[in-house]
Design a protein around this ligand. Structure first.
Ligand code: UFG
Length: 320
């Protein structure tokens, strides 16, 4: 298939592009390069545009025709929980205008396949150790709200004009499949921690009084290469006639606390560093881990990497 990957020059998007090409698909990337880097794309063509801008729809319709696109993997989004709490209207503008523009253009150009990057942030703060897809979503920050509304938009388009769509609820994506695709942003725990160590600053642990085993927040860390492979499985699923589900968790099923992540970093790099226990961060749920039974049984996809692999791959990809 020929797939347009929005956010294709980003950390996750570029892993998806590379997985597609390795599996024999063709990819075209779309990215505004606000966080993405063209150098991650190699020979893959890039369309540079802000998907949330007014001009995006006409440009997309043309691009779908020019490149004979069969389907879209839509990753492009603003994705920082804390920033979304401070600037909700920006998150709604960016994350929902982009989905709207895409759907309008896809309908017009008759591009009928879509894998939507959703998030575990749609669940909010579930009161279960492992959350399944049919859990009642109650997001607790604007970022999660925009992702849940994005899923509803997929579902409405599917009913109205037959869009074939799957939403993948990513848990905490980290690690690197290739050195040149590593996460160079300093926006999530693992890159933030390595950055602090490099600058000889303490790693801050946001909250040590959460109702978890060691008092720090628990998340389900998923290797970016495993996540990229889940998109290939989702594309195969879209090709099936009768698809039972449209939403899948993408995680490992294992929760790790912030302190456990820090302990793993310590083991991987083999040297001491400072850690500060500080206040809770607004918008954080205490614990969020995936029930992965649906994706394993329906898509035949299972994560291959554990936390140690994730930390090690990030370290090796960024330490030179
Ligand atoms: N944390 C710290 N110190 C830091 C940074 C983070 O203690 O310096 C903690 C956070 O409080 C949280 C955990 O580490 O408990 C992970 O935080 P991240 O900011 O890395 O990630 P989030 O869980 O907030 O969000 C991430 C993605 C979202 C996605 C979500 C799904 O950024 O896009 O995972 O679980 F929706």
């Amino acid at each position: 298939m020929k797939i347009l990957v929005t956010g294709g020059a980003g950390y996750i998007g570029s892993h998806v592009v590379r997985a597609l090409v390795s599996a024999g698909h063709q990819a075209v990337a779309l990215d505004d390069l606000s966080n993405g880097k063209q150098s991650r794309l190699g020979d893959t063509p890039l369309i540079q545009v802000d998907l949330a801008s007014e001009k995006a729809t006409a440009l997309l319709v043309q691009a779908f025709k020019d490149h004979s696109i069969d389907g879209v993997i839509h990753l492009a989004a603003r994705k920082s929980v804390g920033e979304s709490v401070a600037n909700p209207e920006y998150y709604y503008q960016q994350n929902l205008n982009s989905v709207t523009n895409l759907l309008v253009a896809m309908r017009e150009a008759k591009v009928m396949n879509m894998v939507f990057s959703s998030s575990a942030a749609t669940y909010g703060s579930p009161e279960v150790a492992q959350v399944a897809e049919d859990y009642n979503c109650q997001p607790i920050n604007p970022y999660g709200e925009t992702k849940l509304i994005g899923e509803w938009m997929m579902s409405s388009a599917s009913k109205a004009w037959g869009l074939k769509t799957v939403s993948l609820r990513y848990f905490n994506v980290a690690g690197a499949g290739f050195s040149d695709l590593a996460d160079t942003g300093v926006a999530n725990l693992i890159p933030i921690a390595f950055n602090a160590i490099a600058n000889e600053e303490p790693i801050q642990v946001f909250g040590s009084d959460w109702p978890t085993e060691d008092g720090s927040c628990v998340r389900d860390y998923i290797h970016v290469q495993d996540l990229a492979d889940a998109h290939l499985a989702a594309l195969d699923y879209l090709a099936q006639e009768n698809r039972e589900y449209s939403v899948f968790n993408v995680g490992t099923g294992t929760g790790s606390s912030v302190l456990a992540v820090i302990d793993t970093i310590h083991k991987v790099i083999g040297k001491d560093f400072a850690v500060d226990l500080v206040d809770r961060r607004p918008g954080d749920p205490a614990a969020l881990s995936a029930d992965v039974s649906r994706i394993e049984s329906t898509l035949g996809w299972k994560a291959k990497h554990n936390l140690q692999d994730i930390v090690k791959s990030h370290y090796l990809a960024t330490s030179n």
